[in-house]
Structures are given as C-alpha cells and as structure tokens.
Design a protein around this ligand. Structure first.
Ligand SMILES: Cc1ncc(COP(=O)(O)O)c(C=O)c1O
Length: 478
C-alpha cells in the first residue's frame, strides 16, 4: 500500500478533532503527548517514554485482524519457541554483510542445497540459488535472468532483441505482470477457461515464438490452489525445441506449492526432473513455515544465471557476489528456514503437510454435504486450500458472506476469478497449522450460521417490502 502524506491543513484539522474527543485527563495527556504536540504524522518534538509508546502502538495494533483467524493468507503466523529465539537473536544481523556474518551466509548455502535436492536438481549440472525477501523478488530475479539469456543468445546470432515476450496464464500472482511492465517485456497472458483455471498447453504453443524468453507456470495458484500442467508444457517445449530450435525455458512459481507438493505428491513431476524447468521459486514464509520475509530462487545450472547480472560488492570488507533487487535484509528468516528444515526434517514436513491436506478435505467434505457450497478445487489438490462458490439457491453472494464472517473474526476473502471466468465469484479458505480440527468445526458452524443469518435478514427485508407494498395497495381503497 502507498501511504499518503497529509497536508498541514489536514494535520491541523486532525489535531483539533482529536483534542475534542475526550474529557478524561489521562487520555487527554496521551493526546497531548501523542496528538496535540506530536501528531502521528510528524516526528514529536520531545521524546516519549518507551513504555508509553509501546502502549500507544500496541493499543492501535490490537485493531488489526487476528493472524490466527486470517484464512486469507498463506503466510506463517507462528513459529516454534526455539525458532522465535533464533529469530530475535539474529534480527539485528544484516544478511548482506557476508564478511561480517559468514555463518549466516553459510546457512543460506545449506538451505539452497537442501531445496535444490528437494526439487531434483540434476547431479551432472551445477545448481545455484539465492535467498530473497519473498517469492516476488525471486520471480523478478528468475525472469530477469531468462530475459538476459535470451538477449545474449539473440545478440550472438546477430538477431533483433527488440521484442521479447513472456507467456503465462491469468492464474498468476500480480508479480508476473509487474515483471512484464517493469522490465519491458510483452506479456502474453493466456485467459482461463470458464471451468478450468490453469494454462492450456495448446494455447501456450500457439503463442510461442523465437522471442519468447520464458513460459511461466504455477504450482499452487493464488486464486484456486490449482497447478498448471507443467509436465505437458515441458513435453510440448521439448518438441518445439526439436522442431524449430527454440530452447524456451520454464520458470516454476512454487511460492506455496514448493513446500507442499514434494511432501504430499513426491512422484508428481513439476520440478527439475523436467528438462526445460530452469528456475524455481518458493516462499519460505508460506509452507516453509517461517515468518514473512523469506523467499528462495533456485537455478538448475549456474550457466542459467548470467554473469553480467551478478554484482561484486567490495565495500563491506571483502569481495562478495550479489544477485538481488534489494540490498539489506535481516538474517533471521534464512536462519529460521534452516532451523525448520533440520527440526522437522522430511518426516516432519511430510506429517504436517498431510495433516493440512486431511483437514482441508475434512472441511471441504462438510461444506459440500451442507448443500450450501460448491467446492471448485476438488480435482487438483496440490495445496491445503478450499476454494468455493455458493449454491445458486442462496439469496446472497460471497461478498456478503465474507463480511458476515468478518464480524465473527474470520478473515476469508471473496473475489471474482480472472478474465473468461470473471462472472464467477468465489471464496478461499487457506488451511494453516494454526487451525486445529476443533477450530475447523467452529469455522464450519460459523459459516453455516452466517449463511442462515443472511437468509433470515433477506427474508425480513423482503417481508418488510411486501408489507409496504400491501399497505401501499390498500391505500388505493381508502
Ligand atoms: C503463486 C504465487 N506467486 C507469488 C506470490 C508472491 O509471493 P511473496 O508474497 O512471497 O512475494 C504469491 C503470494 O501469495 C503466490 O501465491
């Protein structure tokens, strides 16, 4: 979100308003400190005690949603006590200072190694990778490398580098569209089908040409948790390579799926087992179970990461290579990702991801049986997520249901699907570890209650309207 800077007049008005708010001397003195002399939007002239500042900020933040009830987000809201300890102890380390914090960087190497192996990076190639702030940064970096590789190849063949394009579906996260605009690449965005919310292989083929820098695929889409047909696209690209000589790479956006699919569907091929998959991103802060700020990008082979994009920085005490969009970041997220990988191990991730899937199916089945909901991601289960529409018989829409659930504390987003399916409005419940079986039962009961109370409200309004009409009619006879 962009924050707007208030004008002096607006600030003045705000101060007057807040001053009139209360007679209570304690609150008044808080306002005097916080509002009158030091409004929220200007640095206060005088210091305020840490205790009071804590009180004021904490008090306001209590109005935020409860992260545990936020079923809109994939992002981790709770970690193990020892992970929390490591997180706090390392929060002050700037990860970029590789010379000062070599062991934090060593830990990144280990995480990248573990992920590359988890994604079956070929042993006869030289996989490399980097950590980032999240999947968005990782995706931008991965796609930039593909643009660069394409450009270098075209230049070496003496061909034009004027019109690069990238192909992906409407099922992508917004960062893909950002890449196209920020890095000046024509986006060929393939529409969804009305009933199928992933890429269509034939359509991808029709849109390819010699200027295609990459095909983007998603394992666990933001909208419905579906998965693009990566294996089929890979096969088609192999054929295209054979027929036309275009060697078009695939980037897999496994922001959410990258820590789920390897554990619940280990035989499903979506990763470096497929020859054209050259880069994969994953968010550690989603099912990697780390607090926000952790993303990773893995290259199948060092040769896929152009040397020109790596900057050697020498002003921190040694020469260090960097491939990032930003510079400074805390070391805690990378360190706690390593903690989780060791602490849970394959066994732990497998168990947790299976539990999440079992709970997802439990909720989805109950919802379906109620007759009030239609589950739309039943077929392609790669994420613990329930995406659903309302049964046509219900006299309200998903937006009203989302509002009503919000009144009970639950945050469940409602939205329309992208192009070609935009007439379908759905809701999405993300199942995370903080949601116990008992809470799922409560959530289900709250969903049913919310539907019934909406139905009652609508009946009341309709009843009132009918009464009004009758009164209106009877007036004619007076
Ligand atoms: C499929 C997909 N790609 C990319 C992103 C962006 O990830 P991040 O929030 O880690 O930047 C998301 C976030 O939800 C996502 O679901």
């Amino acid at each position: 979100m962009l924050s707007r800077v208030l004008s002096d007049e607006e600030l003045e008005e705000l101060m007057v308003e807040l001053e009139e708010l209360t007679d209570d001397p304690v609150t008044r003195s808080l306002l005097a400190f916080y509002v009158k002399r030091s409004p929220q939007y200007e640095i206060p002239d005088k210091s305020i005690s840490s205790e009071m500042v804590y009180y004021m900020i904490d008090n306001e933040l209590k109005l935020d949603g409860n992260p545990a009830l936020n079923l809109a987000s994939f992002v981790t809201t709770e970690m193990d006590d020892y992970a929390n300890k490591l997180f706090m102890e390392n929060a002050g380390k700037n990860f970029i200072d590789q010379d000062e914090y070599p062991y934090s960087n060593l830990i990144q190497d280990r995480v990248i190694n573990i992920l590359a192996r988890l994604y079956h990076a070929p042993t006869d190639e030289e996989p490399v990778g980097t950590s980032a702030i999240g999947s968005s940064e990782s995706i931008l970096l991965g796609l930039l490398a593909h643009k660069w590789n394409w450009k270098k190849k075209r230049e070496s063949e003496g061909k034009s580098t004027d019109n690069p394009n990238i192909i992906f579906g409407e099922d992508v996260h917004v960062v893909w569209k950002k890449f196209a605009r920020y890095f000046d690449v024509e986006p060929r965005i393939l529409p969804m089908d009305h009933d199928n919310f992933v890429l269509d292989v034939d359509q991808v083929r029709e849109n390819l040409d010699e200027n295609t820098i990459c095909v983007g695929t998603v394992v666990g889409t933001t909208f419905t948790g579906d998965m693009d047909p990566v294996e089929e696209i890979n096969q088609m690209l192999e054929e295209v390579k054979e027929e036309k000589g275009w060697d078009i790479p695939i980037h897999v956006d496994a922001a959410s799926g990258g820590f789920v699919v390897p554990f619940i569907l280990p035989d499903l091929k979506w990763d470096f087992r497929l020859s054209q998959v050259k880069t994969i991103n994953v968010s550690g802060h989603k099912y990697g179970l780390v607090y926000p700020g952790a993303g990773f990008l893995i290259f199948r082979d060092n040769g896929d990461l152009p040397d020109d994009l790596i900057f050697e920085v020498n002003y921190l005490g040694g020469v260090m290579p960097t491939y990032n969009l930003n510079f400074s970041k805390g070391a805690s997220t990378v360190i706690t990702q390593y903690f989780n990988l060791l602490n849970l191990g394959r066994e732990g991730y497998e168990a947790l991801m299976h539990v999440l899937m079992v709970n997802t199916n439990y909720l989805a089945n109950m919802m379906e049986k109620s007759g009030k909901f239609k589950i739309i991601n039943k077929e392609s289960k790669v994420l613990p997520l329930v995406a659903f529409e309302l049964d046509e018989s219900l006299p309200f829409d998903v937006f009203s249901l989302s509002d009503r659930m919000r009144q009970r504390g639950w945050i469940i987003p409602a939205y329309t699907l992208p192009k070609n399916a935009e007439d379908r409005a759905i809701m999405r419940i993300v199942i995370r570890l903080t949601l116990s079986r008992e809470q799922i039962n409560i959530l289900y009961n709250d969903l049913i209650d919310a539907c019934e109370s909406l139905e009652r409200d609508i009946e009341t309004v309709l009843g009132e309207a009918k009464k009004e009409k009758r009164i209106e009619k009877s007036r004619q006879y007076l």
